[in-house]
Design a protein around this ligand. Sequence first.
Ligand SMILES: *[C@@H]1O[C@H](CO)[C@@H](O)[C@H](O)[C@H]1NC(C)=O
Ligand SMILES: *[C@@H]1O[C@H](CO)[C@@H](O)[C@H](O)[C@H]1NC(C)=O
Ligand SMILES: *[C@@H]1O[C@H](CO)[C@@H](O)[C@H](O)[C@H]1NC(C)=O
Length: 598
Amino acid sequence: MTMAVEKKKGDEGETRPKIETFDDILPYVGEAGLYQFILFILLLPFTFVYAFLYFTQFFLTLVPNEHWCNVPELNEWNLTDHEKIRLSIPLANAEELGTEGSPLFSRCHMYAVNFTEVMISGIKTPDSTWPIKKCDNGWSFNYTGVPYASIAAELEWVCDKTYLSSAAQSAFFIGSIIGGFIFGYIADRYGRIPALVSCNAVGFFASVATAFCNSFWSFALARMVVGTSFDNCFNILFIITIEYVGPKYRTLVANMSFGIYFAIAASVLPWIAYWIADWRVLSVVTALPLATAFFGPWIAPESARWYLMAGKTDKAIEMLKKFEKMNGKTVAPEIYEEFEKSCNALLEKDKKRQNYTVLDLFKKPRLARITVVLVIYWLLMILVFDGHVWNMKLLHPDVFTSFSLAALTELPAALLLALFLDRWGRRWMGFSSMFICGIFSFVAIFTPEGSITVAMAIFARLGVNIAANIGFQYAAEMLPTVVRAQGVSLIHIIGYFAHIIGPYVIYLADIKKELPLIALGVVSMIDAFLTLTLPETLGQDLPESLQEGNDFGKEQSFWWIPCLSASHEKRKKYRRKIGAVNAGYNPGSLGTIDSTRL
Ligand SMILES: *[C@@H]1O[C@H](CO)[C@@H](O)[C@H](O)[C@H]1NC(C)=O
Ligand SMILES: *[C@@H]1O[C@H](CO)[C@@H](O)[C@H](O)[C@H]1NC(C)=O
Ligand SMILES: *[C@@H]1O[C@H](CO)[C@@H](O)[C@H](O)[C@H]1NC(C)=O
């Protein structure tokens, strides 16, 4: 399509299409050759890094649902766990029965009597008149379902201290905000590869350090440092790869690599945790993929776009020559010359652009409204996604299986996206996936506890997975070019705050066990309807200026669904302005987007 458009220019004199942007030179050095294939393979360990960083902490702080007060006096007697519980633990009160798992016996209370005396006098059943107190000698856990003592079980983050697990998770995401700035700076200043390597190195050493933690504070600190590498550890290479792949393969490569690799990584993780059955070893083992980055400088290419932005055009061309050689192509020198010239021109243009800031997004009323909706949309979506992830802790019986299955939904999500996103459009597909997520969240409330609820929660997760992938590219397509990168970064940075509060959603279960799912359902529904207030971007020209961004989609009717009715006159020109299939990866300038995937 791009070629057809560019041919016209060729008619005016030259025979080959003009080389104006980076994407124009890609076909000459190979759009999807051997080197790109190597990069595609290299993404595998890095996607594992991403999934492991995101989810390992879930298993580091997993506590068996069944726990009860430890009564040291009884340990001297030959009693089974069941006998001990029956004698020393009161039945769960109404409030506790209403919490997740409806425990038969109290998890946090015990009878306050002298059990040595009780045993001596031969009493086998408790007396309901015995006074009750909180556990004061630690807890015992039933390790049948979760076959290891996590740090949360070791340090007894249960009952009044349950929030510590979530606080550590928040520390991780606070770290990721800090890391975003630090490694973002390194990436801009010193190059993508130095950022990739340092980021992974920090993550690696901090993950190993996690294994030596013995208190909440040391653990939270270690996880915060690990958190700094979250996102960039994978994202940098992902964006480099996407940049070097020709526009028409971008959506495919992005979906294939992320969708498939991530689904595999995230669904394998629970079983690694299960087999290792030791949180310290788990923390070290899951750090291993991060070590791949130490070989990065020899395999991964520096981003040519970064070289161009930094004014090092010769280095960029060197990089392209490497592709040329690897892919077995030969490129005429004048092509490089022309490329160099147009790059310098683009650089000038980019310089002029720099006077736009994030604030410009809010200067025009309609654009401001769109931006705010996009921010809230992304925020709520992450909240629902994380809520569903952490909620798995509550949905027994088998948390390892359900976590694994829920992660596998990334596969059908990628498939559905590949098949339908460019037919149904972002808006209605975003709406229906969040709507479905909401419906299944509600249905899960009314199904009997156990595997059916888990199945419903997994369907809900499928919905939010799809929505997450749509959201990722939606914003990039809707914000005008001049502020696109800043806008997308803003949305993602605010999204981190949702990550920080996400883990607390499950504490609603302490009030009432249905509450987390009700909350997730309501939030999904709000998010679904919010999508409908946004314009459709499928088949539209990307807005360039602030004014275009402000007017974007004004003429669209509310009910317009791309697969049912053709777009307005604009259809043919479909995004040829930047010649990209996915705007998320091509902001239309030399600068790249800080695109963050969920
Ligand atoms: C403890 O109880 C088990 C089974 O009830 C029995 O086999 C064992 O001999 C007992 N041990 C002691 C020290 O009483
Ligand atoms: C521990 O859990 C298993 C499986 O759910 C159960 O069979 C066993 O009775 C439990 N043990 C105690 C002491 O509750
Ligand atoms: C419990 O009773 C035993 C035997 O009467 C006594 O030796 C022990 O000190 C008592 N423990 C406590 C904590 O009062």
